[in-house]
Design a protein around this ligand. Structure first.
Ligand code: ATP
Length: 350
């Protein structure tokens, strides 16, 4: 039996359907990310699971028990918010112990569990402070401790890292993963950041306009996005529309790319910018080799980004590793050769 099941979950605000007939099963100990752009219904889904929003239709079950109508405090879930949502006039220890107090756990046990949890997130030395006296990263660790101290069956995380700077975000990611493994937690993590979803998750659920577009392991989502939407979301910046003709793909611009045999008709293809080779040696064979003019060049630290145009008019974005292509190897206006292997072409269903 799955730990958590969403069955036909639907939420409307007035006439606006923001979550549309969502079906999803999550296994015990699984870390699942809901990944999608702002407004696609991720937070609404999480709030329905936690009980803060009632669905119009559908059912939510934990361990096979229908919890759809239960109030938040009767569900075995904890929600961690993006803005921490700590109680400003309570000490850190009281914040962490709040859920236990509400559950009428005795004082001595509360103290013990709060201390243990604060040690776990390395904040026991700050337990008498107030939230305003802590940094953003520390406050987020308190919020995590507060969520975990009640031993939830399912931990719900709503963009918990988006207010933190890059370095702290990395640290918190590891912290969350360590805690998840330690407690074998079932986690649902909402994010619009593809890297975060890929790093943390066992399973990624890509959402668009209230619908699930794709479910897969991080590797499946990254290597084999099934649609234009998912491909675009995970960094496949070159997507061409057109028609397949045997092993070739004729783009709407009139270019012809070799894509090899395919089991089904392909109407779009994608190629990652880092999979395109610039000025390969003449003797090296590629299925696809085209002349292109460099339109813009952007130095982005570890990579150099080129926007180029093929003779047939397709725009092709290329990312070159900076260490390999020194300054002035390629300049704006240059006509260069682009090449890519057929195996790096991603067929898209739509
Ligand atoms: N209480 C509400 N009343 C009316 N519309 C709402 C309400 N809450 C959310 N919405 C709308 O529902 C849609 C989905 O919102 P939701 O917060 O679930 O998206 P999201 O994917 O989590 O986006 P974000 O990352 O920006 O939070 C949006 O169009 C939003 O404006």
């Amino acid at each position: 039996m799955s730990k958590l099941t969403l069955d036909g979950l639907t939420k409307k605000f007035d006439d606006n359907v923001v979550v549309d007939n969502l079906n999803l099963s999550i296994e015990e100990g699984e870390f699942v990310s809901l990944l999608g752009p702002s407004g696609c219904g991720k937070s609404t889904t999480l709030r329905m699971i936690s009980g803060f929003i009632q669905p119009n239709q559908g059912e939510i079950s934990i361990d096979g028990q229908n919890i759809t109508k239960l109030p938040p405090n009767k569900r075995d879930t904890s929600l961690v918010f993006q803005n921490y949502a700590l109680f400003p006039h309570m000490t850190i220890a009281d914040n962490v112990g709040y859920g236990l107090k509400m559950r009428k756990v005795n004082k001595q046990e509360i103290e013990q569990r709060v201390n243990d949890m604060l040690k776990m997130v390395r904040l026991d030395h700050l337990k008498d402070r107030f939230p305003g006296q802590l940094s953003g990263g520390q406050q987020q660790r308190v919020a995590l401790a507060r969520a975990l101290v009640v031993n939830p069956s399912v931990l719900l995380l709503d963009e918990p890292l988006s207010n933190l700077d890059a370095k702290l975000r990395d640290e918190m990611r590891s912290e969350i993963l360590n805690l998840q493994l330690k407690f074998n937690l079932t986690c649902i993590f909402v994010t619009h950041d593809q890297e975060e979803a890929l790093v943390l998750s066992d399973k990624v659920v890509v959402m668009d306009s209230g619908h699930i577009r794709q479910i897969g392991t991080p590797r499946e989502i990254f290597d084999s996005p099934n649609s234009h939407f998912t491909a675009d979301f995970v960094g496949v910046r070159n997507i061409f529309s057109g028609e397949q003709n045997d092993a070739n793909f004729n783009t709407n611009f009139g270019g012809q790319f070799y894509i090899g045999e395919s089991n089904h008709q392909v109407h779009k293809i994608g190629i990652r910018p880092n999979m395109i080779v610039v000025n390969p040696p003449e003797e090296k064979e590629y299925d696809n080799r085209f002349k292109a003019t460099v339109e813009t060049l952007l130095y982005r630290g570890t990579i150099i980004e080129l926007v180029t145009t093929l003779e047939t008019g397709e725009q092709v974005i290329v990312e070159l590793p900076s260490e390999k292509y020194k300054v002035n190897t390629v300049s704006v206006g240059d006509v260069i050769t682009l090449a890519w292997e057929t195996e790096n072409v991603i067929p898209l269903q739509g």
